[in-house]
Write a protein that binds this ligand. Structure first.
Ligand code: NAD
Ligand code: UD1
Length: 334
């Protein structure tokens, strides 16, 4: 198949390109590099010994999209802005990029008669969990513009499928992706100050930051710090392969991609410190606004419908994040 991957130069996109190229699919990456770089795609090529077709462009440019996707069979849509705090400060930019951008993409797909789509959603659409583990039928709610853009796109896709049931749509709700490709050539590489826990810890370990701020130790969890369902990015990428393979008949499907296991902030500090051999100094600071105590998936549906389940351990995730960070102490943006 020839697969059109928006945001394919980004963290999850680049790992997904590797998985599809390894299976001998053709990959067209469409990216404006607002949060990624060209070097990552060169590294994808050196890992796979395959060539990636790159079209540099913005998903809000419908004409450019239309031309770039000619001859493709399916679309995987990663492109978007993802920083929760920034979305509160710049809501219009987030709605424009994530919602307007997706509308352009869907129109371009319709023009080209491409009706297979895998979309990156997030566990953030569950809001503050009413019960755990989270199943796909949990009520949906959001607390910030970023989450709202994910929910809006899910609803747009549901309406699109209702209006034309020849579409094949798979919505993947990711839990917390961490880790990196085993080569250490590609991984999570934030351009600015990391917002998420793993890249922050990795930068403390490599000496770029002095200490980790732990956002609260008074949650109703065993050690008082927040619990999340961390998933290895390569497992996640393989979930996209399974999702696309499952789109052989028209459908609108929503599945969680998580492990079903929860680890706390202090669990990560401990395991990361063990695998890296580095001390991770930390300070307990007040809770981060909008944070929840615990969040983890019920991954049963993904196993049943996609034949997919995560296989890499939490320790492996920490080892692979450290492998990437220690081989690229200043990231790929230097
Ligand atoms: P990322 O920022 O590393 O990758 C996103 C890519 O999209 C980047 O290469 C960026 O340059 C590109 N992009 C952004 N806006 C664009 C536009 N207008 N036109 C063209 N390209 C554009 O992020 P990621 O972590 O790989 O996330 C991929 C997707 O998964 C996003 O939609 C994100 O919201 C979603 N998601 C991520 C996480 C996570 O924790 N990483 C969790 C849940 C969902
Ligand atoms: C964040 C986003 C969420 C998004 C998810 C995956 C917020 C409020 N939520 O969620 O919408 O879907 O990433 O990209 O940003 N922590 C620290 N110190 C840090 C960073 C994090 O203690 O410097 C703690 C947090 O309080 C939390 C845990 O680590 O308990 C994980 O945080 P993070 O990696 O930001 O992910 P989420 O909070 O799940």
């Amino acid at each position: 198949m020839k697969i059109f991957i928006t945001g394919g130069a980004g963290y999850i996109g680049s790992h997904t390109c590797v998985e599809f190229l390894n299976l001998d699919h053709d990959v067209v990456v469409y990216d404006n590099f607002c949060n990624s770089n060209y070097e990552t795609l060169q590294r994808v090529e050196s890992i796979t010994h395959k060539t990636v077709t790159l079209v540099e462009g913005d998903i809000r440019d419908e004409d450019a999209l239309c031309k770039a996707m000619v001859g493709c069979d399916a679309v995987i849509h990663f492109a978007g802005l993802k920083a929760v705090g920034e979305s509160v400060e710049k809501p219009l930019e987030y709605y424009d990029n994530n919602v307007q951008g997706t509308l352009c993409l869907l129109r371009a797909m319709r023009t080209n008669n491409i009706k297979k789509l895998v979309f990156s959603s997030s566990a953030t659409v569950y809001g503050n969990p009413q019960k755990l583990p989270l199943t796909e039928d949990h009520p949906l709610t959001t607390t910030n513009p970023y989450g709202q853009t994910k929910l809006m796109v899910e609803e747009i896709l549901r309406d699109l499928y209702k209006s034309d049931s020849t579409w094949c749509v798979s919505i993947l709700r990711y839990f917390n992706p961490i880790g990196a490709h085993e080569s250490g050539l590609i991984g999570e590489d934030p351009k600015d100050m990391p917002n998420n826990l793993m890249p922050f810890i990795a930068q403390v370990a490599v000496g770029r930051r002095d200490y980790l701020s732990v956002y609260g130790d008074d949650y109703a969890t065993p050690d008082g710090t927040g619990i999340r369902d961390y998933i290895h990015v390569v497992d996640l990428a393989q979930g996209h392969v399974k999702a696309l393979e499952s789109l052989v008949v028209p459908q609108y499907t929503v599945v969680n991609l998580g492990t079903g296991m929860g680890y706390s902030v202090l669990d990560m500090v401990k395991v990361f410190s063990e695998v890296s051999g580095k001390e991770i100094p930390y300070r307990i600071v007040p809770r981060r606004e909008g944070d929840i105590a615990s969040c983890y998936a019920d991954p049963t549906l993904a196993k049943k419908t996609l034949g997919w389940q995560a296989s890499r351990t939490f320790k492996q995730m920490c080892q692979d994040s450290w492998n990437f960070q220690s081989k690229n102490p200043h990231g790929l943006n230097v």
